[in-house]
Design a protein around this ligand. Structure first.
Ligand SMILES: [Zn+2]
Length: 157
């Protein structure tokens, strides 16, 4: 038995390092479930975080990304608007991103520290040169939204 080589070829974008264009078109339909409110909030230029609503629970920190249930008592959470100004906690860039990476290579991927929020927000810097500790403010893609976390970005404040 002999099997023919695959006939489909990929367009070579560059030789060093060898980079090919591999178009993908499969649909993936999924619900954001309880987190849908967070993504809807981005279209209202709001960053929505959550805090435990159980009066008997001691866990009162503000979580962002939001959590649908309290990590300590599993009670439903209250939605709270998070600050839109913070500090760049750390950053990195991706030189050779994977197939599903939606931002241009060299986009600064940043972690943002917000007052009152117990977690760091993973996001991207839309303008400017990243520096640890620099003040940043949120910007929102409301013109042609992707309805993903990429609709939130940060710029120097
Ligand atoms: Zn709780």
């Amino acid at each position: 038995m002999s099997i023919e080589w695959p006939s489909a070829t990929l367009e070579v974008v560059q030789q060093r390092p060898l980079t090919v264009k591999n178009p993908k078109t499969w649909p993936h339909i999924h619900s954001y479930g309880g987190w849908g409110r967070f993504f809807a909030g981005l279209q209202e230029r709001k960053i929505l975080a959550t805090r435990c609503a159980n009066p008997r629970c001691e866990e009162k920190r503000l979580w962002l990304p939001p959590r649908c249930e309290c990590p300590d008592c599993w009670h439903a959470m209250d939605w709270v608007e998070a600050p839109q100004r913070g500090r760049l906690y750390t950053w990195s860039i991706v030189k050779y991103p994977g197939e599903l990476f939606k931002l241009p290579p060299d986009t600064p991927l940043i972690s943002v520290e917000l007052d009152g929020v117990c977690t760091k927000v993973m996001s991207w810097l839309k303008e400017g040169k990243p520096e640890i500790g620099m003040p940043v403010r949120a910007v929102f893609n409301t013109q042609r939204p992707t309805h993903t976390i990429l609709d939130l970005a940060w710029v120097p404040a």
